[in-house]
Design a protein around this ligand. Sequence first.
Ligand SMILES: *Cc1c(COP(=O)(O)O)cnc(C)c1O
Length: 375
Amino acid sequence: MINFNVPPYTGKEIEYMKQAVENQKICGDGPFTRMCNEYIEELTKTTKCLLTTSCTHATEMAAFLIDIEEGDEVILPSYTFVSTANAFVLRGARAVFVDIRPDTMNIDETLIEDAITGRTKAIAPVHYAGVGCEMDTIMDIARRHNLAVVEDAAQGIMASYKGKALGTFGEFGCFSFHETKNLSMGEGGALLIREAKDIETAEILREKGTDRSKYYRGQVDKYRWQNQGSSYLPSDMNAAYLYAQLELAEEITQARLARWNQYLELLTPLARDGRIELPFIPDHCTHNAHMFYIKTKDMDERSRLIEHLKAKDILAVSHYVPLHSAPAGMKYGHFHGEDKYTTKESERILRLPMFYKLTADEVEYITDQIKEFYK
Ligand SMILES: *Cc1c(COP(=O)(O)O)cnc(C)c1O
């Protein structure tokens, strides 16, 4: 059976986790957490990185830090994971969904401005499949309308837009290190902070509302309750697991890209014949091979292809059910403008197996079975 995803494992994770245990520092913000933060800061060239318990939590932190309040509106795509919306909805905001571009499945940047009202507080672009949204346009709109930008870069580590790392454009960017992502720590994420002025508030929020981070650095002699907060820091054992993968981030990304390019090459004849569509990467985007998908004619053809592949021991899967059509999406948000592509394209997308240790033989086998289906 070829699984859709196999969590990344490089071999050094256990050794580093053992070290974390031997350090007798298994709670948060130990040596491995610090090493991960610094590694990601260096990798992305951002001001500050704080490891979190998930991307969901990083986004919740961002919603707090940009002061989302009851009645605010946040503009985002409907074609995304629930957390992009939930983080803001939890603070009383309304989700305003706009359509996606069919080529990248990212928010259509040309539709954002029309959705802005007097209550709009932020834009939350999602870099789907690790392919950057049109950040120049989005940042320009945000500047002109005085809006915050929180990037859902859950799938975006090791990817960039015009040479700049995804997650570093907006005030805040959020990475995920869930087991389904390119680099993992089981459950986990990171909050990227662009402005130095936001670091202290973020550290307090993450440390239960206290200045314990300062206390650990020896900057204060006792820590006290400073502000609203929660517990958003992962155990140092989980950080140790992630650190092993950060060290091999380039190798993991290259391995994935090799399989991604192989899929593309082997499936191009089918696309040329108009049977399927293939993913599109804009020239100015460097992606990270987070996902390889094809688009079938419609949902019915997709269901039949999924069954065909399952019979050949291959797990291929669909993706998001648009949020605006889900019960909570209808309650906490609305779609602005026409749903020209969100529903239609979401019904056509089929994700093929993609993970670090996927082999060239497996990709060849999978594409052979797809070709057989279309024969
Ligand atoms: C995975 C994912 C999330 C959630 O990440 P967690 O770390 O599981 O909270 C959010 N948004 C997108 C786009 C994702 O792919």
